[in-house]
Design a protein around this ligand. Sequence first.
Ligand code: ZN
Length: 492
Amino acid sequence: MLQQHHEATGDERVLELMREYFRFQARELPSKPLGHYTYWGQRRGGENLASIHWLYNRTGDAFLLELGELVFGQTEDWTKRFTSEPGIWHVVNTAMGIKQPGVWYQQSGDDRYLSAVEAGIEHLMTRHGQVQGIWSGDEMLHGTDPTQGVETCAVVEYMFSLESLLPITGSVRHADRLERVAYNALPAALSPRFAGRHYYQMPNQIACTKEYHNFSTRHADDTLVGLETGYGCCTANLHQGWPKLTAHLWMATPDDGLAALVYAPCEVRGRVADGVEVRFAEETDYPFEETVRFVYHGPSQVSFPLHLRIPHWAEDAELHLNGQPLAEPAAGTVVSVDHSWSDGDRLELHLPMRLRVSRWHERSAALERGPLVFALRRREWWTRVKGSEPYADFEIRTEEPWNYGLLNEDLKRADEAYEVAAKPPGDQPWSAEGAPLEISARARRIPEWQRYGGITGPIPWSPIRSAQPDEQVILVPYGCTEIRISEFPVVV
Ligand SMILES: [Zn+2]
């Protein structure tokens, strides 16, 4: 928090306070190591190390690197965890721990720490991964079943880990992962008006009620929308979600240019080419829109590179500078536009968002477009159960059926089979009514798939036969829904 305050205001007292605090740590930690009083400090030592490095990059105090080594040595060995036999770990500690080997890589220079991060994410997504881009954890890691939840703290902490790794690695994969979590899991964790949040969210969520859920840690109201449903931690923590994403949309680069590796409507001011102050307006409705426009404002004839990410899903991306096509950039790369910029120059990046299908628990299927995952929209009934508006707690239900599968023959040629309808995002794009994109899809009900407490019964292995008639259903972005199916059985 103090680091962000300093970055926003330049308040010098932050540097002084942190220097004194780290001197205190350097004095005390040898006899009272992280984890001396409670294990949280030892699991989360990577955050401590990142703050030490942040201060070192500003002051160059040599003792900070020695302290970094001490703190690294006292922290949970996440490198070993991510590269050896996995266990059932606490989901928020894990989401924070993801960054730790990468942060230490900056001091050690040893590539095996970067490999450990990749191994960890791959392991977590394979054993516990869900379609919204993160692994389940209610509060312990809990497998791939789409009726398991993930805690909102884990969503924002995983985002911050990816945001921390992005400037260290420049990895397109980390940026792709970050957008997937930011544009699916994060809005789904929050109520459309940002006056409440879920404690856990589930990819297949047919009710947000006090009925039974198969969670490892239960507080009865975990899936409700409210100020402090489940447990209060997420209320304190969720605020880092959007602001820290915004703070990581743009970066300075070693070649004295700028990089935009994550896209959103925004504006940036920065210094390039030996200190020239310039500004870019980024005009787009991304992630709902396929085109991102960068308009340069500043002195003319200033030469510097602008680095842009081409996501792995963006085959046949195109770049136009003032209407003239540039060489077609490859998917999964960072393209560098070296140019002598003049005021008003327009660079247009087109990222084709073809409909794609991914496979999940029990061979279920999900429909994706760009960074967005799509989910079945149901009419949602909100019932106030506690408190007064706007910060009340709500149960959410639907009376409409949810036990649909998507047709195998459509999924096999998804880009032609489904129609996407778009409208300009309104005041609240992350809501069922305000969804800027709709997909009309053929679906069939599966009578064997029935309710169990407040969740769906076991999702059938795909493909499954259904003799029910074809129906048209509407899918909208996952982040627009409170009631949803997003991992669908495949029917034949
Ligand atoms: Zn929490």
